[in-house]
Design a protein around this ligand. Structure first.
Ligand SMILES: Nc1ncnc2c1ncn2[C@@H]1O[C@H](COP(=O)(O)OP(=O)(O)O)[C@@H](O)[C@H]1O
Ligand SMILES: [Mg+2]
Length: 231
């Protein structure tokens, strides 16, 4: 629990990451409040995915701090980092990382089960989310579904644990127009209706335009790109 006065959402301060000679993150500061949505745009290769990996603690930054729902991740042992991720963070990546042999329902329920949650509650919540997202709940392996359907399932899976922080890396990148809209609706509803702190890396102007703020990552620095993309 976050107590009064403690920062909730996501706070990143002074994040540095060097890859060989290149400084990919040169002291990045970023705060995303509960219920707020922030888009990050920038040229390909500028380090946007690296930023998300550092926030998740999957890549160790050279310096800086990351607070998720009031918990400082830097310096935590890997197991405890994983626990903070499991309890408080939902992630949506372009490739989805769903298990192709499982049904959509099983895929969505999985994070709750892996976290030791109740079996029936996990399946009930997974079914609710899939219904909300308009994904059919046939007993088909997820791998046989379309890319658009799989991405909606990936969003449901990210939300099933009711995370406080939602990170998405080009979530609409390979989708058709209808699924792009559906996935964007889900992500922004998570911020507006569930109070998630949403950080979305995107080169999709329609997604960036819906975010409360848009930041641009270039030469290791995050700058305000105004509202909407391309500024
Ligand atoms: N594992 C890796 N090994 C070597 N170079 C990498 C690795 N991951 C990323 N890079 C390089 O780091 C830079 C930033 O990558 P990335 O964060 O994926 O950028 P973006 O998501 O903005 O396109 C790129 O130049 C990329 O080639
Ligand atoms: Mg990337």
């Amino acid at each position: 629990m976050v107590t009064a006065g403690e920062p909730a959402g996501l706070q990143v301060a002074g994040l540095r990451y060097r890859l060989g000679e290149r400084v990919l993150l040169d002291g990045v500061d970023l705060g995303v409040e509960p219920g707020e949505s922030v888009a990050v745009v920038g040229p390909s290769g500028s380090g946007k995915s690296t930023l998300l990996m550092c926030i998740l603690g999957l890549i160790e930054a050279d310096a800086g701090t990351v607070r998720v729902h009031g918990r400082e991740l830097a310096g935590l042992p890997a197991r405890q980092k994983a626990q903070v991720r499991r309890e408080h963070v939902g992630t949506v990546f372009r490739s989805g990382e769903l298990l192709p042999e499982l049904t959509p329902l099983e895929n969505v329920a999985l994070p709750v089960l892996l976290g030791g949650g109740d079996y029936h509650a996990a399946y009930r919540r997974a079914a609710e989310l899939l219904t909300e997202l308009g994904v059919s709940q046939e007993e088909t392996p997820t791998g046989t579904l379309s890319c658009d359907e799989r991405q909606c399932i990936a969003v449901a899976r990210a939300l099933v644990t009711d995370p406080q922080v939602l990170l998405a890396d080009e979530p609409t990148g390979s989708l058709g127009p209808q699924a792009r809209e559906a996935v964007a609706d889900l992500l922004f509803a998570a911020a507006q209706e569930r109070g998630c702190a949403l950080l979305v890396v995107t080169d999709d102007p329609a997604v960036a335009a819906r975010a409360g703020r848009t930041l641009r990552l270039e030469a290791g620095v995050l700058t305000d790109a105004g509202s909407g993309v391309g500024a």
